[in-house]
Design a protein. Sequence first.
Length: 544
Amino acid sequence: MDDPQSRTFDVLVLGSGVAGLSLALHLAGECAVAVLTKRGLVDGNTALAQGGIAAVLDLDRDSADKHIQDTLVAGAGLCRPGIVELVVGGGARAIAELRARGVDFDADGQGLHLTREGGHSERRVAHRADRTGAAIADALAEQVRSHPNIAVFEHHQAVDLITRARLARGTGRGTPGARGDRVLGVYALDIAAGRVEAFSATVVCLATGGAGKTYLYTTNPDVATGDGVAMAWRAGARIANMEFFQFHPTCLYHPQAKNFLISEALRGEGGVLRNRRGEAFMPRYDPRKDLAPRDIVARAIDRELKASGDDSVFLDMTHLPAAFVEAHFPTIHARCLELGIDMRKAPIPVVPAAHYQCGGVQVNKDAETSLFGLLAIGEVACSGLHGANRLASNSLLEAVVYARRAADTALRILAERGSADALRVPEWDTGSAGDPDEQVVVTQSWDEIRRLMWNYVGIVRTSRRLLRAQRRIELIADEVREDWWRFYLTPDLIELRNISAVALLIVESALARQESRGLHWSLDYPDTDDVNWLRDTVTVRAGA
Ligand SMILES: Cc1cc2nc3c(=O)[nH]c(=O)nc-3n(C[C@H](O)[C@H](O)[C@H](O)COP(=O)(O)OP(=O)(O)OC[C@H]3O[C@@H](n4cnc5c(N)ncnc54)[C@H](O)[C@@H]3O)c2cc1C
């Protein structure tokens, strides 16, 4: 596509998970909207979600107050209560919206079948068997593809935000994120053409998902490389609470299983964690036993593994009726069977893995970041809903609720500024870049960062390990900066640059927080310090 006019839109949505696709559908009838996504439309965390989406639907047993309370307890003092109320209050509407878009949730005689997950005091998780995310992703993708007003750019990887400050660089007037700065568009790599293209828009919304690939073991797919956080940080936006990375306690442990999650819903339906000796160990760690929040379960497993030297613990479903297991967990059952594990008869080997980024680009209740014209929704954003720890199944809910809010905000900005406000932006200048000669340098650096993050910045931390990780990752980030303008961009180089930036943000935030709270657990600061640390950890790029 060579005509720059054809790359000018009112709103650019970066990412095609539940957040990005929902936003695009809200806006489609109202303005010119484009979705850029770096692989296919359904490649993201959304499509992998198994458990479901939390919402208060059974008003006989459940209430908004209970859901709010559960969220606040999980968030360990750092949730923003107004945001919790807002998101929880949007639950029923979010489910109705998804159903209207074709998501077929499981129902029983009384209405939707609701399951229960760790940290929830009631059954309130609407689901489609154990493939809820795929059902949502498929339904939304189908609607987006068939909508005449949405321009879809698959295999387009956003590289950097174009801002007024960036364009003014060299004139001495360009301070990223400063007052008066604003977003004007994005540079994106057309992966098939191997060319960077400039897209301009009045509003850009980050919906680029999480950053699980920063860690060696993760439940996230390959696209989850923290691109949105890294781009926003480079553009001078405020980034918050990156130290709070949730580790899912139960990822399938098998040499041939790459990133396969064993849903928390299994424990919700009676599954029991056991160590190799067969002991159900969770009662030793928490009175809620197997239904304790994820951080507690992940740390308990970490302790069991470190103490025993074992490779995994086990999730036991064998005491439940075989027909129940088959009907409720068909995907997990089928995947386990493929690998020779019959979960009806034998316990499933599991380990913790990096799962969900609770921090991110800081946004207000209207999805606005600190940079004018830049919105953020879904996992890339830090709205204040999750605080120091996410309650299971609240993230899909947050993404749907915030997509609607972002749509309202985008339309308000457009009404104030007008569509013509989308300025022409300069094309990407490749300068004297050449072909990258040694791909192995990129691969090696990726592996190093992911292993460092796993070993030194994982479930339990110490300041010494964090500092070690910081020194080593800074070295890699320096090397990436040196290579950046020397070579034509490749998807891997772009992701390596982003992963190194996000890893450093996680380490920096973890070093800053001198206490243990929620998902951040430090052996040097084992206590929770409400006097000094009942606040977000906010980072802004130096010089911004
Ligand atoms: C295995 C698993 C199970 C889960 N289960 C649940 C659950 O049961 N309930 C729940 O509430 N949550 C669950 N979660 C979390 C939830 O799925 C995610 O938080 C949510 O789907 C995030 O949606 P999103 O739209 O923000 O991001 P994603 O769905 O991850 O989408 C991000 C999109 O951005 C694109 N992208 C990334 N970088 C770029 C770039 N540079 N340029 C262009 N495009 C880019 C990606 O390709 C992708 O399309 C689970 C997550 C995982 C991994």
